[in-house]
Design a protein around this ligand. Structure first.
Ligand code: IPE
Ligand code: IPE
Ligand code: MG
Length: 252
């Protein structure tokens, strides 16, 4: 058999519909170069632009990116301020291109904790890009899974307390519909860059059956090539969802 090119391998095989990324390693990327951590975050924006484009080209429909966690609020105030200001300027700079390329931008997390300017820029870009049909880019901002589940639980409990919900009506589907991700499918593939092999409070409920892929690459160096490596690894996996390999092969 002739050797297949990367394009053939990836187009011939199963492309995940939803990829979620933990964009880690900005600080170490900068430190390695004797630069301030902020420079790593700025370069991280370039990596996201490149990766988003590559994802759209491969036919991925949803890309959820861990941009700022609930726990990241505990970083030094100077770094938090820098991250918020990079967020606002990135949204302003990128939105016209997002519109042009058919990217629909959305956000998950406790957005009420973001500075007002960030909330406003985000809301504006979400509105301006709402008709994008190529790919949905979901920014996880002031997000953590446990916080998301806590917020959902409070709303469920309030419904029950008001006699609008009976405990036996709480199904897995109902819980999913109370999460920030209610409108989106579960991620098929979760990628973490930067060499750490942990989930850091990201999409815990939603990634119950996601394939996990860990990359040594620091986020600012991530792009088309690194994404393709992750997609090739994904294509080689067999997702069994609790069944046997034989059952899965019969279904195919
Ligand atoms: C990820 O890079 C970006 C955010 C968490 C905001 P880090 O800033 O965590 O970079 P490292 O892990 O220190 O290298
Ligand atoms: C996870 O990275 C959060 C984001 C990428 C936004 P962290 O750097 O905050 O995670 P830990 O602290 O190493 O687990
Ligand atoms: Mg980190």
């Amino acid at each position: 058999m002739a050797t297949q090119t990367q394009d053939e391998v990836l187009s011939a095989s199963h492309i995940p519909s939803h990829v979620a990324i933990i964009m880690d390693g900005n600080g170490r990327w900068a430190k390695q170069r004797g630069l301030p951590r902020t420079e790593g975050h700025i370069r991280g924006q370039d990596a996201l632009r490149t990766t988003l484009r590559a994802a759209a080209r491969r036919g991925i429909k949803y890309l959820t990116v861990y941009t700022f966690s609930t726990e990241n609020w505990s970083r030094p105030q100077e770094e938090v301020d820098a991250l918020m200001s990079i967020l606002v300027s990135a949204i302003h700079a990128e939105t016209p291109q997002l519109i042009a390329e058919g990217v629909r931008m959305r956000a998950i997390g406790d957005l009420s904790r973001l500075p007002q300017q960030a909330q406003d820029s985000l809301a504006e870009s979400i509105e301006l890009t709402k008709d994008g049909a190529q790919i949905t880019l979901i920014l996880a901002l002031s997000y953590s899974s446990r916080d998301e589940i806590r917020r959902a639980s409070q709303r469920l409990a309030a419904e029950a307390a008001a006699d609008r919900l009976r405990p036996e009506e709480i199904t897995e589907e109902l819980i999913s519909s109370y999460l920030d991700t209610a409108e989106y499918p579960d991620p098929d593939l979760v990628i973490r860059t930067g060499g750490e092999e942990r989930i850091s409070n990201y999409l815990l409920w939603q990634s119950a059956y996601s394939e996990l892929y860990f990359s040594e690459t620091y986020w600012p160096d991530f792009g088309q090539e690194a994404l393709d490596e992750a997609l090739a690894a994904y294509a080689s996996r067999e997702r069994r969802f609790g069944k046997t390999s034989e059952q899965i092969q019969l279904e195919d």
